[in-house]
Design a protein around this ligand. Structure first.
Ligand code: GAF
Length: 391
């Protein structure tokens, strides 16, 4: 939504001018799934879909929130009452950011916020991270907090983990805060060091499709947390800080050791599968980075597809709709395809020759109709800008 419209709506709602208008994007992840809470590597890029916020300071300890996308009026919260677990609707994301900033010692004394987002909700495209980051960036500017992008991402992750109660990693908030137009972000989630990798598929005659299966996912519903604690169990059994520390070249030996350490525990094989996914996935990110940097872009296709098989068979976070997208796209000539984001629904990405995308899109739509699934939403994604001030 245009900055001008969001600003005008703010004035209509609150009767004053906002201090500015900011935007933060959703993301797709090219490769590196469920590695971020294992201190590993990820490679997201920003979507053109954004959350836009018009925001003004207040100095009376009140936070007023309004969203164009949700029924209902202005929510009014008292800063002193903000506490983890108390807000159960969309307001938990912006309120959580204010809570995290204050808890970290930043003197935020209130705000009026009006939000409008084009990031599809529940589609695995980081609509909640976009909401968090846009509010964090606005408050950073309005209160002149001087925080860097990675620090804002960390605070937003804290809002999501503690205030909202979803045990997610750092990828989505960093992607929204730090991505650059025309690039994918190669991020080391251990120290948040980053490299912007040029990713211009159109120049090479390719396209990337996003297929939103319309199967809604939610991270605080248990399965995500179970995978996370399974990974932590694996790291503890192997005596490392995080699975990132298991070298790919030693994987077979590590898995053998894990089987011995885990002994007859009923979930021993489950932990072995989780560890295998994370270690091979980190390696896939490094392979994709080196292929892109050496100009061999088409060769990343099979690596993406390998990643999907690993998420489906080892990590077990796919679902029939995501598998159908991948199988159909590959059968219709895609170079590679995989689920993206946390899984259990959400979206898949498809890498294809430009001349094949229409055929592939139609094939996926027909396959969904044939299987009796809700029609998917298919769109092309080009790496867009990260969070910024619009006005
Ligand atoms: C979700 C989480 F929010 C991320 O932190 C990440 O773990 C992802 O799932 C899986 O790679 O988007």
């Amino acid at each position: 939504m245009a900055a001008q419209q969001v600003r005008a709506r703010f004035t209509e709602l609150y009767g004053t001018e906002p201090g500015g208008v900011w935007s933060a994007p959703g993301r797709v992840n090219l490769i590196g799934e469920h590695t971020d809470y294992n201190d590993g590597f990820v490679m997201p890029f920003a979507l053109p879909h954004t959350a836009v916020a018009a925001v003004a300071r207040r100095d009376d300890g009140v936070l007023r929130l309004h969203s164009e996308d949700v029924e209902g009026g202005v929510a009014e919260l008292v800063l002193a009452d903000l506490a983890p677990g108390t807000d159960r609707d969309w307001t938990a994301y912006p309120a959580g950011v204010v809570w995290a900033l204050r808890e970290a010692g930043h003197a935020v004394t209130g705000a009026d916020v009006h939000l409008a987002s084009t990031v599809p909700a529940g589609a695995g495209l980081s609509s909640s991270a976009a909401l968090e980051v846009v509010v964090a960036l606005a408050l950073n500017d309005l209160y002149q907090l001087g925080l860097q992008r990675w620090q804002l991402a960390r605070l937003c992750q804290r809002a999501e983990n503690v205030y909202v109660g979803a045990p997610t990693g750092i990828m989505d908030q960093t992607a929204s805060a730090c991505c650059e137009e025309g690039h994918a972000l190669f991020l080391d989630t251990r120290d948040l060091s980053q490299r912007q990798i040029p990713f211009d598929l159109a120049a090479e005659g390719m396209r990337l499709l996003v297929v939103d299966t319309r199967v809604k996912h939610a991270h605080n519903e248990g399965e995500y947390g179970k995978r996370r604690s399974g990974c932590e169990q694996g790291a503890a059994l192997l005596g490392v800080d995080a699975l990132r520390d298991v070298p790919f070249d030693d994987l077979d030996e590590a898995l053998a050791r894990l089987r011995t350490e885990a002994g007859n525990a009923p979930d021993a094989e489950e932990v072995v599968r989780l560890v295998r996914h994370v270690v091979t996935e980190d390696h896939r990110v490094e392979r994709v980075v080196s292929l892109l940097e050496s100009g061999d872009t088409r060769a990343i296709g099979p690596v993406l597809t390998e990643g999907h098989a690993s998420l489906r068979d080892d990590f077990r976070v796919s679902c029939p709709e995501l598998d159908l997208v991948v199988d159909t796209a590959l059968a219709a000539g895609a170079l590679g395809a995989r689920m993206t984001g946390g899984g259990f629904g959400g979206s898949a990405i498809v890498l294809a020759e430009a001349s094949d995308v229409d055929t592939i899109g139609k094939a996926v739509e027909e396959a969904f109709a044939g299987a009796g699934f809700t029609a998917p939403r298919v769109f092309e994604a080009v790496p867009a800008a990260g969070a910024r001030r619009l006005a």
